[in-house]
Design a protein around this ligand. Sequence first.
Ligand SMILES: Cc1ncc(COP(=O)(O)O)c(C=O)c1O
Length: 380
Amino acid sequence: MNVEQIRTHYPGLQAGIYLNTGGVGQPSRQVQAAIEAGYHKLYHDHMPPIDWYVAMVQEAEAVRQKIAVFLGAGDDEMALTLSTADGYASVLGGLRWQTGDEVVITSEEHPMPYDAVQGLAQREGVVVKVVDLDPDPDVVLSRVEQALTPRTRMICFSHVTTDTGYRLPAQAICTLARQRGILTLWDGCQAVGQFPLNLNDMGCDFYAANCYKWLLGPIGTGFLYVRQEALQILKPLLRPHDPQGNASQYKMGNPSNALYLGLGASLDFITSLGGPQAIAAEVGRKADALRARFAAISGVQFLGPQRPETQTGVVSFTIAGMDGDQVSSALKTRWNMTQRATYITRPSGVRISVAFYTSQAELDTLVKAVTVLAGQHGHG
Ligand SMILES: Cc1ncc(COP(=O)(O)O)c(C=O)c1O
């Protein structure tokens, strides 16, 4: 990839060193232009409202079809949503629960899915079980297996965790769940856009994400995947259920369709760069090199995944003698680096998101900064 050339499409990268794609991804010029063109049509072209509304619904529908193809989903199985939470609400709220049903989560869920299952527990008397992550994915898999009982109804995991970027063995977990008749709901926020994904092959029942992180689409866009067979059991929250219908029955209200045009532009641009395959190769190469350089700095300790198949563009670490907030604010104030402290896992560290548009010079500055900070605390 010609990173310097690619970076010219992302104006936000000029403002400093941006290492927080796992928080909010950078919108490209193409994304901004598509959104602006959409709103221009709405508010300045003075078309009769019903005409622009219909035109934009059709354009958003084309984006829905595009993302279904992009993620290896059947056309009927994909709905556009506003957020991950929106998808979670449809799934957790649209299934029938019995008191004592069990839901399994990981020890590193983002507050949104964590709170969503706690709320379910409160409303429906569901029991939440937590599987502790381990650097060895085989250990995670056997812990998942041990957590399953005849009462287990759903496994509700992040595909890639938010603090340490741990890529879970999703296909193996889905296979295990299907063998036991257990449903799976995945939070794909940190996964989509990082590597190729085929939801049909993965074997999940439900997969929800937003599109503003690694997919680099606008805030306010998301999707919900519902496997063909699961369409028959998931009841929409606000309309009658059509067991023969498609996933769009879970879409709620009229969204701001101009935002989906921005999402479409991002998918097109990512595809023009070689798609998720090329992105995964670029990110993997850079993140591996960063990990190797960090490993050589005394006092720096990695958090989370250690085996290559579980690692992603998220690189989280601690510096001995400093907590995550201290490291994070030093990187921001002294080197103008946007990143964030980890806040779910302990000890607290810093999360760096390495994206395909991250430059070598930025990573060199990061390594220098971490060397300085570790040195100031008796290491280096
Ligand atoms: C893993 C994960 N899940 C959920 C969310 C929140 O998603 P949304 O705001 O789309 O509901 C985030 C965003 O930070 C996340 O990283």
